[in-house]
Unconditional design. Structure first.
Ligand code: UD1
Ligand code: MG
Length: 475
């Protein structure tokens, strides 16, 4: 609570700079790395969330590569400064000086990397508290890695004090053995930061202005700098490659699934589901393995979501069963409905309470009233189906004449016999019957029977006679 109060008092004077100008060549992508999605949102969205959770000041995003796409994506969430040429992380932060203006002098600057999305708010609050407690000019977040790879190494003195950061490409063999590395997240006193940035050089392996060099320079100017180790190294994991993107996505899903389980959702195999951060699920719902839930999907309470279900922007009520391999997009499914296995609900499908849509049924722009059923092998498109109507197996709404789509309207309590074609535009009245195998081309009044199949002819003994004739034929 104390920390919370402290944060509120001090948050006014915290400015955030997010570095996002680099393309990310190791991603081998046409898209800038911060716009790659993990758990349904761009990497940079998570960093913006973090900045917004810590201060009321709008974050400053340093942009360069694909700046128009980045601006379009982030919109009003950020202030933008452009780094024309990517001359290094130090140069990137320096670009924010003008936007911050002279008012920045007495404030604290939090520098985040647009490609580091997993840091927790609590960790950054701890970092800022430590920064203020120690009176440092700079405090950064580090992590301990078994394989420190290409991260900057943290060089400490004999008493454990922070001396400098050395980039992997500039490090000696001995320095490369250090497994405490720079997480790319820093808190600076603004005046010290900008004074030092303007003195950086590019005398290093990459010929860049390294933000990391600020540490050694501050120290040689008699200022203090410190480093805090993040308890969980995943918090400072950067997205530089597809492999790291996959690790970040897995962690985002893991955190979300953990939260859902705490709120009462059962996952039969929590590591075998793919769920966007935006998806909501109610208590006592059971989610089987190999389920993919995307976008604005919400699922109510007491539902069963069987293996292979894939939902995108779908609203599911309570007590709904979605059976194996049901695919649905932009659809609404009310309480107590049952769908699948192998059903395909396309955009504009609205299923009422207790509706049953069975195997190999496809729907599109179709509204089913409460209790309506289409249990097997049907296509119901551009249609309105009344409450408690039964659609027999193999029913097809012929909604397309090659140019336009037409509507089929079926009243409540109707019975559509199996293997019928309803040629739209057509209306079947409430309580009407359509005989199995009919092709309906004209409206059917309420409570009528429509039958369009040809009458059956049965000839007794025909088959026996034919077989005898076949035998008599010469070879
Ligand atoms: C950087 C750090 C390294 C640290 C690692 C943590 C430096 C010199 N190195 O290395 O010590 O361990 O992050 O993830 O800072 N960017 C710009 N403009 C530039 C260069 C980079 O905006 O001119 C942005 C990138 O888009 C990215 C961030 O800064 O969002 C970090 O740059 P990146 O190239 O990923 O640096 P690393 O090699 O990961
Ligand atoms: Mg990086």
């Amino acid at each position: 609570m104390l920390l919370g109060n402290q944060m509120n008092d001090q948050s006014q004077s915290i400015e955030t700079v997010i570095l996002a100008a680099g393309l990310g060549t190791r991603m081998k992508s046409e898209t800038i790395k911060i716009l790659h999605a993990a758990a349904g949102r761009a990497i940079v969205d998570y960093v913006l969330d973090l900045a917004e959770s810590l201060t009321d000041r709008k974050p400053i995003l340093v942009i360069g590569h694909q700046r128009e796409s980045v601006k379009e994506h982030c919109g009003e969430r950020a202030r933008y400064v452009v780094q024309e040429d990517q001359l290094g992380t130090g140069h990137a932060v320096l670009q924010a000086a003008a936007e911050l203006g002279s008012s920045v002098q007495g404030s604290t600057v939090l520098v985040l990397s647009g490609d580091v999305p997993l840091t927790r708010r609590e960790t950054l609050e701890g970092l800022i508290t430590e920064h203020r407690r120690s009176g440092n000019a700079a405090t950064l977040l580090t992590m301990i890695l078994n394989e420190p790879a290409l991260y900057g190494r943290i060089v400490r003195g004999s008493n454990g004090e922070l001396l400098r950061i050395v980039e992997a490409k500039d490090a000696s063999d001995e320095e490369l053995l250090i497994n405490e590395v720079n997480g790319g997240i820093y808190v600076f006193e603004a005046r010290d930061l900008f004074e030092t940035l303007s003195t950086l050089s590019t005398n290093n392996a990459q010929g860049e202005y390294y933000l990391t060099d600020v540490i050694a320079r501050l120290k040689s100017n008699g200022k203090s700098a410190g480093a805090m180790v993040a308890e969980d190294p995943v918090e400072t994991l950067g997205v530089n490659s597809r492999a790291e993107l996959a690790t970040v996505e897995a962690e985002l899903v893991r955190r979300h699934v953990d939260e859902l389980m705490r709120d009462g959702v059962t996952f039969r195999n929590p590591s075998a589901v793919s769920i966007d951060s935006s998806v909501r699920i109610g208590a006592d719902t059971i989610v089987h393995p190999f389920v993919t839930l995307e976008g604005t999907t919400t699922i109510g309470r007491h539902c069963i979501i069987e293996p292979g279900v894939h939902l995108k922007n779908v609203e599911v009520g309570d007590h709904v069963t979605l059976r194996t391999s049901t695919v649905a997009e932009e659809a609404t499914i009310a309480d107590h409905a049952s769908v699948g296995p192998f059903a395909h609900l396309r955009p504009g499908t609205v299923l009422g309470r207790s509706v049953k849509v069975g195997n190999f049924v496809e729907t599109k722009k179709a509204t089913f009233g409460d209790g309506a059923k289409a249990s097997h092998l049907s296509y119901i498109g551009d249609a309105e189906v009344g409450a408690d109507t039964n659609i027999g197996a193999g029913t097809i709404t012929c909604n397309y004449d090659g140019v336009n789509k037409h509507k089929t309207t079926i009243g409540a309590g109707a019975f559509i016999g199996s293997d019928s074609q309803l040629v739209a535009p057509v209306t079947i009245g409430a309580g009407a019957y359509v005989g199995a195998g009919s092709t309906v081309t004209k409206d059917v009044p309420p409570d009528a029977l429509a039958l369009s199949r040809t009458p059956q002819k049965t000839i007794a003994g025909w088959a026996t006679k034919r077989r005898e004739e076949m035998k008599k034929k010469p070879e």
